[in-house]
Write a protein that binds this ligand. Structure first.
Ligand code: GAF
Length: 417
């Protein structure tokens, strides 16, 4: 059970700081935190070199940290019961993919990547960076205590939040306190590597980039091929609208085979088409591409190509301040994920259908799928009716009651104290 199993009302940085003091009997050197995210649209497009449009949640995971000198890493987390759970310390030199496993694999994986990148006092030494031989380096070890309120298994990117908070903390211990946009993108790539290579989950760049690069009041338009980003203003409240998150509480795990199967399917399709990635199929060339593929790959490719087009369409609306107009685009995205990519589940479909019937302008599942959360774009005046309808529908179906909250675009990773 990790800190993120339950949304807390306490400030994550305060909780992590207090827990650090109680575990280690001293103050941490600092506290850093990183947010979960909602992906407004653009699902499973990231590992196909496509487009995504996330924003950061106010929910964060905080890492209180201090340096050690004995080459060990210690990890502790604050559980939903408010109690601190400590993991067995691990030697930095012994880190290897898969060891440790469990939740501490995420922060350990980040330490492993940063060590390989040569992170030490005041920078990165790997390619002739600005080393400070006397400064702290990951090899010397660190104490980390993690706490926060990003729900786990809810498709809201708690893994990336742990990774990015840890990366910020370890870089902070090495003396790095300011990151420009390109450094943030680099940290996101390190965090993704930790997840791919150390934890062993073949995710794309969406979650870590959102956690590192999002800014308050904006959605992040990300071109996953070039890495280029654009901060697009998103003031739903000002337009009398809300993005309602409906966490079905059906736990999903990206470590299961389905996520990897979808990824393999789309990569195979790109190979068969002789293209670097499905990004290179456009709506204009889609019909021809589908004619050349085996039947089982056709719906996967159709989803990716149409989803990329939907991200571009939604982005155009948002740049023009036409938030309500993205509703039908969100609906089409859900249908595509349900019928073509086949990553929805009965609870997500019920949440989406009920929200729409009760007045939502648009609704779709968000994140990796197979459980987790849906979002619904609602007029603020209709929000309570939508929430009540969803609760009633879940009760009638005998499903566990979903948790719902309004998501406001929030800040990316940073130092709290
Ligand atoms: C998960 C993954 F981590 C992301 O990389 C992305 O593929 C997403 O599922 C689906 O869009 O969150």
């Amino acid at each position: 059970m990790t800190a993120a199993d339950q949304a807390t009302t306490a400030n994550p940085a305060d909780t992590a700081d207090d827990a650090f003091r109680s575990v280690h009997g001293r103050a941490p050197a600092g506290v850093w935190s990183a947010p979960g995210r909602v992906n407004l649209i653009g699902e499973h497009t990231d590992y196909n070199d496509g487009f995504v449009l996330p924003f950061a949640l106010p929910h964060r995971l905080a890492a209180a940290a201090a340096p050690r000198e004995d080459g060990k890493l210690t990890f502790a987390t604050v559980g939903s019961d408010g109690r601190v759970h400590a993991e067995t310390p691990v030697a930095v030199a012994d880190l290897q993919p898969g060891t440790p496993d469990g939740w501490s694999g995420y922060p350990a994986g980040v330490a492993w990547v940063l060590r390989q990148a040569g992170v030490r006092g005041h920078g990165t030494t790997g390619d002739g960076g600005t080393a400070d031989a006397g400064g702290w380096s990951v090899d010397r070890g660190a104490d980390l205590v993690i706490a926060g309120d990003v729900p786990t298994g809810a498709g809201l990117s708690s893994s990336a939040a742990i990774e990015c908070a840890t990366a910020m903390a370890l870089l902070g211990l090495a003396g790095e306190h300011d990151q420009d946009a390109s450094r943030r993108a680099e940290i996101a790539r390190w965090a993704q590597r930790a997840e791919n290579e150390f934890v062993g989950v073949p995710t794309g760049s969406l979650d870590q980039t959102a956690s590192m690069c999002c800014v308050d009041g904006h959605v992040l338009f990300l071109d996953c091929r070039s890495g280029e980003t654009e901060q697009v203003p998103f003031n739903a409240t000002g337009a009398g609208l809300s993005v309602l998150v409906i966490d079905t509480q059906v736990k999903h795990s990206l470590g299961g085979s389905e996520y990897g199967d979808r990824r393999e399917g789309t990569e195979k399709a790109a190979r068969l088409l002789g293209l670097p990635a499905l990004r290179d199929v456009t709506p204009d060339t889609l019909a021809d591409a589908l004619d050349r593929l085996p039947a089982d790959l056709v719906p996967l490719v159709r989803h990716i190509v149409t989803e990329n087009a939907r991200v571009l369409e939604a982005s155009r609306y948002l740049r023009d301040g036409r938030i309500a107009d993205i509703g039908p685009v969100l609906d089409a995205s859900h249908v595509s994920m349900r019928d073509d990519y086949r990553i929805s589940c009965p609870e997500l479909d019920l949440a989406v259908d009920t929200a729409r019937t009760a007045g939502a302008l648009g609704s779709r599942m968000t994140g990796g799928g197979f459980g987790g959360s849906a979002i619904a774009l609602v007029r603020e005046n209709d929000r309570h009716a939508v929430e009540a309808a969803v609760t009633t529908a879940f009760d009638a179906a005998g499903y566990r009651r979903p948790r719902m909250f309004v998501a406001v675009p929030s800040a990316g990773a940073g130092r709290d104290r």
